[in-house]
Design a protein. Structure first.
Length: 67
């Protein structure tokens, strides 16, 4: 399971209500819906890197590999 970062998020009441309705429509929690929306938008903007194992560097090679 991936590690999750906790933080406080303040939202306008109308925004929260819209998110809550959308989440209910898709059988998600509000937190899950926010995470899904952020994930989709980060992918669309090209800002989300593919997940790599902890033992790889920027070139996808493990520590100590030849340069």
């Amino acid at each position: 399971m991936s590690a999750k970062k906790s933080f406080a998020l303040r939202l306008d009441a109308h925004l929260y209500e819209a998110l809550e309705k959308w989440a209910q429509d898709e059988f998600r929690s509000v937190n899950g819906q926010i995470e899904w929306v952020l994930n989709q938008q980060l992918k669309a903007a090209g800002r989300l890197r593919e997940k790599r194992g902890p033992e790889t560097n920027e070139r996808g090679k493990g520590p100590g590999s030849a340069k």
